[in-house]
Ligand binder design. Structure first.
Ligand code: FES
Ligand SMILES: [Fe+2]
Length: 367
């Protein structure tokens, strides 16, 4: 009832501002859809909710962890953490990339520091130097001394499930997870003609954001704010921004103005990965929680190997203008969610169906 009243009110405003009758009818049709309630504000700053999300979302879903070109040789590794899980991926002597928890089986020491590096044939714990083969087996427990009830074969590193899709290394904490191909199928269908393998020249930039991870993801899932918040981006696309949901992914479309180089593919997939394929490169955006009120946005850019360095720098700088605008508004939204006045709002069926789909999945996951 309330939604219908709001719909009539908006229609009246549009009629006054000169909307054609056909447009007004289409609008009316759209407005007859329900306007779902948003998630309650308390889900954005509650330690127990975050713990549940870690367990039910981040310990069960596929996460883009690295690109193969970051680990070209046996012994090359990349380490970082997401949702509080420290993970290292390393290329083995057999050429396969495997991921493990970056946690030693002795007394939970770290094997390697975060970032990329090379280890010669083994991962050696930084605390007491237990040594692990690149397939995770414990190769030696340095100077452990005689012990009758200690079998090194039972102390291999904790593995993650690892799959590579089109050069992207995906990991899943759930070692019984179904293959990444299933989770990535909607992206794969649209990626086939774009030959992303052309791009193997990686650049990474990270941004620490003072907001809950959902606040940032939801901002990514709608174009409603583009004309208001991103004047530069808005000048390159027509106002026909649309969303198509193909679970667990979403795809966005907008008509470019003046041959603007907008993405050939502009997408997102559950729970927190943005995917942009351009004519001259790829940008993958990871929106990883660090804590209940902290998010790290990692940009993995891939360019072709002969790309011009100045052009790479120009493109990265341009993308950061929009990013800064998004970060500032998400941090302000989070402060308001934390302030305790706002409890919940309503989502536009015309512009925010992607947000509604995401929120439904979150609720389903955390129960
Ligand atoms: S914690 Fe790793 S060797 Fe002791
Ligand atoms: Fe934005």
């Amino acid at each position: 009832m309330k939604a219908r009243k709001e719909g009539r009110f908006s229609l009246k405003l549009n009629a006054k501002s000169g909307t054609s009758q056909a447009e007004a009818r289409a609008l009316e049709q759209a407005m007859r859809q329900p306007a779902p309630e948003t998630l309650p504000a308390r889900l954005y700053n509650d330690a127990a909710v975050y713990e549940t999300e870690r367990r039910e979302i981040f310990a069960r879903s596929w996460q883009l962890f690295a690109h193969e070109s970051q680990l070209p040789r046996p012994g090359d590794y990349f380490a970082t953490d997401y949702a509080g899980f420290p993970v290292v991926a390393v290329r083995g002597d057999d050429g396969a990339v495997r991921a493990f928890h970056n946690v030693c089986r002795h007394r939970a020491g770290p094997l390697v520091e975060d970032g990329g590096g090379h280890c010669a044939g083994a991962l050696v714990c930084r605390y007491h130097a237990w040594k692990y083969a690149l397939d995770g087996r414990l190769a030696s427990a340095r100077d452990f001394g005689p012990a009758e009830d200690f079998d090194p074969r039972q102390f291999a590193l904790f593995p993650l499930k690892t799959d590579v899709w089109r050069g992207f290394v995906f990991v899943n904490l759930d070692t019984d997870a179904r293959p990444v191909e299933e989770a990535i199928a909607p992206l794969e269908r649209r990626m086939q003609t774009l030959s992303p393998e052309r791009f193997r020249n990686p650049r990474i930039s990270s941004h620490n954001i003072h907001c809950n991870w959902k606040t940032y993801v939801e901002n990514y899932l709608e174009g409603y704010h583009i004309p208001v918040l991103h004047p530069m981006l808005a000048s390159t696309i027509a106002a026909d921004y649309g969303t198509e949901i193909d679970p667990p992914a979403q795809f966005y479309r907008a008509t470019p103005k003046n041959d603007a180089p907008i993405a050939g593919l502009w997408a997102w997939t559950w729970p927190c990965l943005g995917v942009n394929v351009y004519a001259d490169g790829i940008l993958m955006e990871r929106m990883w929680p660090v804590a209940k009120d902290r998010t790290r946005l990692d940009y993995l850019f891939l360019f072709s190997e002969d790309a011009d360095e100045a052009e790479i720098e120009r493109q990265i700088a341009a993308s950061l203008i929009t990013t800064k605008e998004d970060i500032e508004i998400c941090e302000a939204v989070q402060r308001n969610l934390d302030a305790g006045i706002y409890q919940s709002g309503r989502l536009s069926p015309k512009h925010e169906q992607g947000v509604a789909w995401f929120q439904k999945q979150v609720l389903r996951a955390i129960g």
